[in-house]
Design a protein around this ligand. Structure first.
Ligand code: NI
Length: 253
């Protein structure tokens, strides 16, 4: 069944029908969802959702746009959450030089601290990196080695994807692979072993074609799996089965 490695169901866009939607996931072929924290509040919400639904797990972490809220006290709370039995990763963490919401030095500081937290807690990571290819790679080489995890919504070159794979990371592929302008990601998917690819929505954002621009949810991953199958010349079922195994290896072992 489909394993959605990166979702944000705590988003207010789901307030009206969250329960109904999540209740229908199994019937739509979605077996597992990892709800990803991007702030202290959404990390707490991720843990809460994971407690509520057997098939939902949580990642806790603070996105580079929100690291202004981290201090020794909130960091300690993050660490406590990492000990929860349904927390399977630290994320999403990283660098975002597109929005530059927080100073880059502050982003780097808390990115490194959260990588160290993952190591201390024995958890994999879920990485967000936008317009910050080189600094992310430099920090990952120094602090991320051996952690394992996912480079989410990958937007860099094939060469860089291959370098992350060599370092033991997997590439998160979502709606972008179905976009007309998603040529770079299509090339990456075609060239990487299927064993190094995992599926993700980043919902409510990044809905694939033919639903681009609408609210996204895990059921749309069928379109992503179909596109990957086409690019790799395998069946959609094979894509779903292999990526589910990949995700389980990352998050549950
Ligand atoms: Ni996200």
């Amino acid at each position: 069944m489909i394993f959605d490695t990166h979702a944000h169901y705590d988003d207010e866009q789901f307030d009206e029908d969250r329960g109904e939607l999540l209740g229908g996931m199994a019937d739509a072929g979605v077996g597992t969802i990892v709800e990803i924290g991007a702030s202290m509040e959404s990390s707490r919400n991720a843990v809460r959702l994971a407690e509520q639904y057997p098939f939902i797990y949580a990642a806790v972490g603070v996105h580079p746009d929100n690291v202004g809220e981290l201090n020794e006290e909130t960091f300690e709370e993050l660490k406590t959450m990492c000990g929860h039995e349904k927390v399977v990763a630290v994320g999403e963490i990283g660098l975002d030089y597109h929005w530059d919401t927080e100073p880059r030095e502050v982003q780097k500081h808390w990115f490194i601290r959260q990588l160290q937290l993952a190591r201390e807690m024995g958890l994999p990571v879920n990485i967000h990196s936008r317009d910050a290819a080189e600094d992310t790679m430099t920090i990952m080489k120094e602090y991320g080695r051996g952690l394992g995890g996912i480079i989410h919504c990958f937007s860099y070159s094939l060469e860089m994807a291959q370098e992350y794979v060599k370092m033991g990371f997997s590439i998160g592929v979502g709606g972008v692979v179905t976009f007309k302008n998603g040529r770079k990601l299509k090339e990456i998917v075609a060239n990487l072993p299927l064993e190094k690819i995992v599926l993700e929505t980043d919902c409510p954002y990044m809905a694939p074609e033919p639903n681009r621009g609408k609210r996204n949810d895990s059921r749309n991953i069928h379109y992503v799996a179909e596109k990957i199958a086409e690019l790799k010349n395998v069946t959609k079922e094979k894509v779903i089965e292999q990526t589910e195994n990949n995700a389980k290896l990352i998050y549950f072992s």
